[in-house]
Design a protein around this ligand. Structure first.
Ligand code: CDP
Length: 223
């Protein structure tokens, strides 16, 4: 069977990772959450006192890059220098700063190289902002997931509350709106609908509906 790369791009909290996980499980593929990689670098910068509300020491973080290993376990959990950091990377503290890290071209180059290395063996589902447009423009099949601001805010609010974070709906809404702005207006690899992508809406379909549409499309390619 030919090696398959499936990309799912879209804005924050549209349900990309849930759909990617379901597709990866169905076909026995690897799921690579590229957003978790930018979050891991953000966590590293915060833990090393290079990034907080008052400063972002880009140059020192660049100097540290050769010592930073961001990877995934066999169970697709994100690791930073060998340590699983699944829960830490989803915090509001990381969410509040990740787009500042992700807009720096040198950090993007670092991630894109790693993402291509992870994807080159094929049979992967990778989700993010620039996966179908920049990282794998020749992917087997590309999806772009959309959802209304209300659906996105409620999804993320409920996820965070379930994990025990103390957040308000307003705070979550403000974070999503701020990241939308930075991610869509940056010079390097802004969020766009990739060429040839199939656009899906999480407003009309729940996860099961999206999964059924996506797998029907993928099955055509696998035949
Ligand atoms: O979980 P959520 O959908 O809110 O975001 P994420 O996929 O974890 O991505 C976190 C942040 O990483 C985004 O807001 C972008 O700033 C950045 N990102 C990116 O620039 N390129 C990607 N391929 C994936 C994420």
């Amino acid at each position: 069977m030919e090696s398959i790369i499936i990309t799912i791009d879209g804005a924050s909290s549209t349900g990309k990772s849930s759909l990617a996980k379901a597709i990866a499980k169905h076909y026995g593929f690897k799921h690579i959450d590229s957003g978790a990689m930018y979050r891991a670098l953000t966590l590293y910068a915060q833990d090393h006192n290079l990034l907080n509300d008052h400063k972002f020491d880009v140059d020192t973080l660049i100097d540290h890059l050769p010592t930073i290993d961001i990877d995934f376990t066999n169970a697709d959990e994100i690791t930073l220098n060998g340590k699983i950091i699944e829960d830490q990377v989803r915090s509001m503290e990381v969410s509040n700063k990740v787009s500042l890290v992700a807009k720096e071209p040198l950090f993007r180059q670092f991630m894109v190289a790693k993402q291509r290395q992870l994807g080159e063996k094929g049979n992967v589902v990778m989700d993010g902002r620039d996966i179908g447009s920049v990282v794998f423009p020749n992917a087997t099949i590309k999806f772009f997931l959309e959802a209304s601001m209300e659906v996105r805010t409620n999804r993320r609010y409920e996820e965070l509350i379930e994990k025990g974070e103390q957040v308000s709906v307003e705070e979550v809404h403000a974070n999503i709106a701020k990241r939308d702005h930075i991610d869509s207006s940056r010079d390097d690899s802004p969020l766009i609908i990739p060429e040839n992508a199939i656009v899906l809406s999480n407003d009309k379909e729940g996860l099961t509906g999206l999964f059924n549409i996506a797998t029907a499309e993928i099955d055509i390619h696998l035949r």
